[in-house]
Design a binder for this molecule. Structure first.
Ligand code: PLP
Length: 397
């Protein structure tokens, strides 16, 4: 080879020992690359024939995505997993793939959903020709009627954001089975540590891995889990739509996932303690404290059966009205107003002006949201410090 000039050396100089390690690094390397190299056309053929050790282009597949998918499938007890760029894109590709598999354009969806999901269904799927039927999951006759006309996809959140309504999963799976509907569950609020929808008869699960799965508020992502054939289609679609998870965020999420079970133990313990203290009026005056495992709640026994190990750190309560909510938010010092959830630090959100913004008071009320509703995501701090901050902020309202 002729002597390489400076510009070329900066690009090609030296060997690449990192590409040739014979023993594995303990922590996975980050394959921060858009593309992979082939030593000839035969290798491309091998890649196209499905050699799992070959990669071509990170939109189509990258080792960091595959690492995360394998770990997620193991934790969730699923045949396979596909990761995506966000929770929203996970919902998008999961619904599109399920609609194709089941040859249906009818979506029967809970009337209590994360605002972004509701918007996706009503503003994106409906104009594409999907029929969207919103239904109150606590009304068996309404669910039965909604599922009746033709095969559908039944879509709901195990625990709804932000009203904390628990879906009657067992009854819904039976109703869907009676009508030949596919069940797709967003399990973001619980994580597979606390609830595994596939074991309860769901056909597929979606997660915003931005939340508990990663847990550190530093990587946006999503995941779809289910049968291998379905997931292969989800992966194909994710590549086609370009909503793949980037290598660094896949790596961060895998890193976060290692402590998921530990974190969930603490989220559950802290969540339970704060919910009891708020409901008991120990920290100040609030109304409508909603936490699925509060003993005073009507559905306690059913919820205990669904979530024997706890129900995480999410809860909501009513501060009264928007002015009181505003004063409460401004009074918090440790707890930040950060409209996301499920990170290790305790945060709060005000759904009426953030995740569910733009909806009328009537629409909000139907979903169990008021102008005074506060959603609290209880973190893993010392619970006495969380209580102290809440007491201080409630006193200043
Ligand atoms: N599902 C639920 C229950 C959520 O709360 C969210 C976001 O808050 C999403 C899906 C969307 O996830 P992402 O923000 O990662 O797109």
């Amino acid at each position: 080879m002729s002597e390489q000039r400076f510009y070329t050396l900066g690009l090609h100089g030296g060997s690449r020992p990192s590409a040739k390690t014979a023993n594995a690094s303990k922590s996975p390397p980050i394959f921060q690359t858009t593309v992979f190299t082939f030593d000839g056309i035969d290798r491309v053929e091998e890649y196209l024939e499905g050699d799992p050790d070959l990669y071509m282009y990170s939109r189509l597949g990258n080792p960091n995505q595959r690492d995360l998918e394998a770990r997620l499938a193991a934790v969730e007890g699923a045949e396979a997993a596909a990761v995506t760029s966000s929770g929203m894109s996970a919902i998008l590709v999961a619904v599109l793939s399920m609609a194709e598999l089941r040859r249906t354009r009818r979506l029967v969806v809970s009337d209590r959903l994360y605002g972004g999901t509701r918007t996706l269904f009503l503003k994106e799927f409906a104009p594409m020709g999907f029929e969207i039927v919103e239904v109150d999951l606590s009304d068996p006759a309404a669910v039965d009627a909604a599922l009746s006309p033709s095969p559908a996809i039944l879509y709901f959140e195990t625990i709804s954001n932000p009203s904390m309504s628990v879906a009657p999963v067992e009854e819904l799976v039976i109703a869907a089975g009676k009508h030949g509907a596919a069940v797709l569950i967003d399990n973001t609020f619980l994580s597979p540590v606390l609830f595994r929808p596939l074991e309860w008869g769901a056909h597929a699960v979606v997660h915003s891995s931005t939340k508990y799965l990663n847990g550190h508020s530093d990587a946006t992502g999503g995941a779809v889990l289910g049968e291998a054939g379905f997931i292969a289609d989800v992966r194909r679609r994710t590549a086609a739509l370009g909503c793949h998870l980037n290598p660094f965020e896949a790596w961060l999420t895998l890193r976060g996932l290692q402590t998921l079970a530990l974190r969930m133990d603490r989220h559950c313990a802290n969540g339970m303690r704060i919910a009891r203290a708020l409901a008991g009026g120990v920290l100040g005056r609030v109304g409508d404290v909603s936490y699925p495992l509060l003993e005073s709640g009507g559905a306690y026994r059913r919820n205990r059966k669904l979530f024997p190990d706890g129900c995480g750190g999410m809860l909501s309560f009513n501060a009264g009205d928007e002015d009181r909510a505003r004063r409460f938010i401004e009074g918090c010092e440790l707890i930040s107003f950060s409209p996301s959830l499920a990170g290790v630090q305790t945060t709060l959100s005000h759904p009426a002006t953030t995740s569910h913004r733009g909806q009328s008071d009537e629409e909000l009320a139907r979903q169990g949201i008021g102008r005074g509703t506060i959603r609290l995501s209880v973190g893993i701090e010392d619970p006495a410090d969380i209580e102290g901050d809440l007491r201080h902020a409630l006193a200043g309202m």
